[in-house]
Design a protein around this ligand. Structure first.
Ligand SMILES: Nc1ncnc2c1ncn2[C@@H]1O[C@H](COP(=O)(O)OP(=O)(O)OP(=O)(O)O)[C@@H](O)[C@H]1O
Ligand SMILES: [Mg+2]
Length: 403
């Protein structure tokens, strides 16, 4: 087993000098030293249906190790350190690329003790250098090439990981652009990118991550240069369950959510103060919402538990973006609950309310239909222990306490 010990860089020094952890903003990109505390734990927090991240981590670290030892063989091979992440907004493309960069910086630290993350701002390549975009792109690649050979003391060159978000801005399909009064800059940007990538293909220590929401708008010649093309999908129900469970459990651990029991009974509206004698079969009571596997093993399938309630919510929420899901718990607590340390059952009810509201609003928007007087499906409000003041639900007891 390989064990790697590493120190996280921080932002404490700001960007005052070249040795600071966030080194600088160099034109259209920023440089950050990895592994960085800003991305600590991000890998573990991301939940995807497919093991895309793990497979890419393995592929890149193996390839880079192999070609580092025998760099001439890279010239002959068809390999390039490039991956394109595409998918809907908020599906976690940038987060996955950043988490992967962090993991690679640790895994490859034996051969590259220093890693620099370069984040390229596609828009600023255009906006700052309008009329000179091809030249700006050319010099961007020249700078990256220079950083790739720069040595850090006696430890040799760094691992350079370049992340370009919204790559569609730089390499739009020329076929699509053709004929429309597109500025020459836009048309001439893509070939510059291709030349730059081809020029640096044999730099084994340079990894390229690209993201886009608009894969169908990309120039095929660019897609052809991406060794990996990975679709990042909106989380499915089981991923939503894990994301929400992680967020809730983090709050339970911080003492921000309380609960007497995680087993509610056989009906959603019966809260049991003590778990029945035959429940759970496991002598250890979980201190937070357990995994589905644990719940299936130790709680009877007929019981209504925090797990079954959260699963229902997750099934409803499947289809919402990762970005949206990450903020749902905060919305539920801050908007609908007044207690500083609310009970888990109330949190789950509020979460369901928020999810249903979000879905209703989205489907309304999609259908472009007019507002009906039924703002929320009655099935939610029936089960919900709130009185509505306007359309803002206030927990009845808390409301009178506050008065
Ligand atoms: N699958 C996921 N698991 C956990 N968190 C996620 C997931 N997808 C998105 N997120 C969270 O949602 C937020 C937005 O993610 P991110 O910026 O990576 O999305 P994106 O696909 O790059 O969006 P855009 O297309 O708008 O740039 C981040 O805080 C991220 O941690
Ligand atoms: Mg992004």
């Amino acid at each position: 087993m390989d064990i790697t010990v590493y120190t996280l860089h921080t932002n404490e020094d700001g960007d005052r000098d070249a040795d600071a952890d966030v080194v600088s903003t160099q034109g259209p990109f920023t440089v950050t030293k990895l592994p960085h505390e800003a991305f600590d734990g991000q890998w573990e927090r991301l939940v995807y249906e497919e093991p895309t991240g793990e497979l890419l981590l393995r592929a890149f670290s193996r390839a880079i190790r192999e070609f580092h030892n025998n760099s001439s063989s890279l010239a002959q091979s068809a390999w390039s350190n490039t991956a394109l992440f595409h998918g809907p907004p908020g599906s976690g493309k940038t987060s996955l690329a950043l988490a992967l960069a962090q993991q690679l910086s640790v895994r490859l630290s034996i051969i590259y003790p220093h890693t620099k993350l370069l984040r390229v701002d596609s828009s600023s390549v255009f906006s700052h250098m309008y009329g000179e975009t091809p030249k700006a792109i050319g010099s961007l690649f020249t700078t990256i090439g220079r950083l790739a050979v720069e040595t850090e003391g006696e430890e040799g060159p760094s691992l350079i990981i370049v992340l370009v978000d919204e790559i569609d801005k730089l390499v739009p399909s020329r076929k699509r652009l053709g004929g429309h009064n597109e500025p020459q800059d836009t048309i001439r940007a893509a070939p510059e990118v291709f030349t730059g990538l081809d020029r640096l293909r044999e730099s084994v220590n340079v990894i390229w991550f690209f993201t886009t929401n608009l894969v169908e708008d990309l120039d095929p010649a660019f897609i052809d240069r991406c060794r990996f093309m990975e679709e990042v999908k909106t989380p499915a129900a089981n991923c939503v369950f894990e994301m929400l469970r992680a967020d809730i459990n983090a709050r339970i651990r911080r003492g921000r959510i309380a609960f007497k029991t995680l087993v509610y009974g056989h009906h959603c509206d019966t809260i049991m103060t003590d778990a029945p004698k035959d429940l759970p079969q496991c002598s250890e009571q979980p201190h937070e919402i357990p995994s589905l596997v644990w719940a299936t093993r130790y709680w009877p399938s007929t019981a209504t538990t925090a797990v079954t309630v959260l699963r229902q919510i997750a099934t409803l929420a499947a289809g919402l973006s990762g970005r949206m899901l990450r903020g749902l718990l905060d919305v539920a607590i801050f908007q609908y609950l007044v207690d500083d340390k609310p009970d888990l059952r109330q949190v789950l009810d509020a979460l369901e309310l928020v999810v249903r509201k979000e879905i209703t609003q989205r489907s309304r928007k999609a259908l472009d239909s007019t507002m009906t007087d039924e703002i929320l499906p009655s099935s939610i409000t029936d089960d919900f222990d709130f009185e509505f003041v306007g359309n803002l639900p206030i927990e009845t007891n808390q409301y009178s306490d506050d008065e």
